[in-house]
Design a protein around this ligand. Sequence first.
Ligand code: NI
Length: 175
Amino acid sequence: MTDFRYPIGAYEPKPFSKDKKEEWLADIRFLPNAIEHALRNLDEAQLHTPYREGGWTVHQLVHHIADSHMNAYIRFKLGYTEQVPAIKTYEEQLWATTADVTSLLVNVSTTLLFALHERWHVFLASFTDADWEKTIFHPGLGKEVNLWHLLGMYAWHGRHHTAHITALRERMDWY
Ligand code: NI
């Protein structure tokens, strides 16, 4: 049976390479376009459909990606400018139920993602090979994580949630 939670599988860390870097930077750059494409023509009833039983709705997924990637951007800025800073985890399930998420249209978050990812991509594209080895301390994981690992994680994270939406569209025959 298909696990709807992991349509593209789990994140698999990869060693640093120029090709992988270009691929992951492109994932960051084009995530907002991918989300916009995944959402095309969906009406409010469709947007409020859970992508799996008991899961987040499409609407919550989009706001979650914005929540997650705002945190991600801050993690990269901290990791780049400080010596092994401890980053802050957050309660993503609770963040997905606050008033801004429940009351605002998904367009607000896609607009936010276009601006955020433009800044994030330009920032990341300036990294030297050595910059990718800078680390943050991740209290959730209880260990140091380098910015290369973090890049792969967020490239995966964007594709992972986009696939939740596109897989739902396919199963529901929404075209
Ligand atoms: Ni997520």
